[in-house]
Design a protein around this ligand. Structure first.
Ligand code: PLP
Length: 425
């Protein structure tokens, strides 16, 4: 799908919607404001309709009526059960994925035990495009280990991508762990996870992928790629809701050797209340303690929608949507001073597209305040446009670009104060 294969007008966008196999999935989500174009599903996915009923049942019947009995009526197994649903989207066989904690905490848990497993090696390889929280977590791990390791961040020439050869050169016999975001949060750059994993294994390093921006929208094949460890969140393309719990993956043959936080949910028989930790078998011992049951239950209907659509169809539409958006950016917005901040090759791109403009922050404010477009903003000048294939239409993409065009052509942003940022952008 090269840029020349698209046409400019809104009629054409409607035609693409008519041909879209996933168009009917929009009806599975709540649209409370009819004219609002939501382009931040990569940060907080929309509310699936079925989640509303599921949460009502969970609150009124399971909590309200069943009370403590709920633990024996499905709550205790929820983390594993929902984990298996996520596993279906990640190409992971049973017994390797659980829902638990948050992405950052899971990263900490798995990074610490990976470094323990590769004791004697003193390098962690990541990149400058990684999600800062991931880098903070790694810096904290290094401090806890007595400053024993060095965090090597592979640079980016273009602030969008990382050159594979440069990355491969950085991974050597000193490397204990390679940890990267599969899709990077700002530019949407998508790694060839299989090739990177293979390279790490060639020199005996472990790999930990952060799937935050890829789970539910980019095909992932953890088993086939022979990935060691992975983490990711469920409130983005998996539509689990604000603060929904995260997931972790540990390849089966590594589970025995790794044992991050010893808590009672990872104990073989927690209700024996034995004073010594006796680890549960398998992926269960990567759980720590009481999970957020309401949020975990809310995930199930959300995942069912994604599974029903199927990851291949989702990816197909995602590539189509982002390619169409890039076509419109290049033809409509670049002449107005925008610069594309995402790779043009769809094989190197997740499902969000960044556009950069000197006045990016003020433009994003006008879009939110006046234009009914909800993107997000990432410093210093990136407006991120997240396209969620299950509910973003081609007409919305066209309309959003047209509204962005008007903000700049009419210089509407001049009425906003430059510089001052909201707490959450
Ligand atoms: C969203 C995101 C996170 C978020 O981490 P939390 O612990 O859920 O706050 C982490 N890593 C990546 C790559 C993300 O996109």
């Amino acid at each position: 799908m090269g840029p020349l294969e698209f046409e400019p007008g809104l009629d054409y966008a409607h035609r693409l919607d008519e041909e879209d196999e996933l168009a009917s999935f929009r009806e599975a989500f709540v649209f409370a404001e009819a004219d609002m174009i939501y382009l931040d599903g990569n940060s907080l996915g929309r509310l699936p309709r079925r989640t509303v009923g599921r949460l009502r049942t969970a609150v009124e019947q399971e909590w309200g009526r069943d009370l403590i009995r709920g633990w024996n009526a499905g709550w205790w197994e929820a983390s594993a059960r929902v984990g298996e649903k996520i596993a279906l989207l990640l190409g992971a066989g049973p017994g390797q994925v659980v829902v638990s904690d948050t992405t950052s905490i899971n990263l900490f848990k798995l990074a610490m035990v990976a470094l323990e497993m590769r004791a004697g090696r003193d390098r962690i390889v990541s990149d400058v495009l990684n999600f800062p929280s991931d880098l903070y977590i790694l810096q904290g791990c290094i401090r806890l280990l007595g400053d024993s390791h060095q965090l090597h961040l592979v640079p980016s020439e273009d602030e969008m991508t990382v050159d594979q050869e440069t990355l491969f050169d950085a991974i050597d016999e000193r490397t204990a762990l390679v940890t990267l975001s599969h899709v990077v949060f700002k530019s949407g750059f998508l790694y060839d996870a299989e090739a990177v994993t293979e390279r790490a294994h060639e020199v005996g390093a472990l790999v930990l992928w952060d799937l935050g921006h890829s789970a539910g929208v980019v095909p992932v094949e953890l088993d086939r790629w022979d990935v060691d460890l992975a983490v990711g969140c469920t409130y983005k393309y998996l539509n689990g809701g604000p603060g929904a719990p995260a997931f972790l993956y540990v390849r089966r043959d590594l589970q025995e050797a790794l044992s991050p936080i010893w808590g009672w949910f990872g104990q073989r028989a927690p209700f024996d209340f034995d004073l010594e930790y006796d680890r549960a078998e398998g992926i269960a011992h990567f759980l720590v303690s009481s999970p957020p049951i309401l949020s975990t239950l809310a995930l199930e209907p959300a995942l069912d929608v994604v599974l029903q659509a199927g990851i291949d169809r989702i990816r197909h539409k995602s590539v189509h949507l982002t390619s169409y958006l890039i076509y419109l950016v290049e033809t409509v917005l670049v002449p107005l001073g925008f610069v594309l901040g995402s790779p043009t090759d769809p094989a190197q791109r997740g499902s969000h597209v960044s556009i950069r403009h000197r006045e990016g922050y003020r433009i994003s404010q006008v879009l939110i305040e006046e234009m009914g477009v909800l993107p997000d903003f990432r410093e210093p000048d990136n407006i991120r446009l997240g396209l969620a294939p299950l509910y973003t239409s081609f007409a919305e993409v066209w309309e959003a670009v047209d509204r962005i065009r008007r903000v700049v052509a009419e210089r509407r942003y001049l009425r906003y104060f430059p510089g001052k940022r909201l707490g959450v952008t």
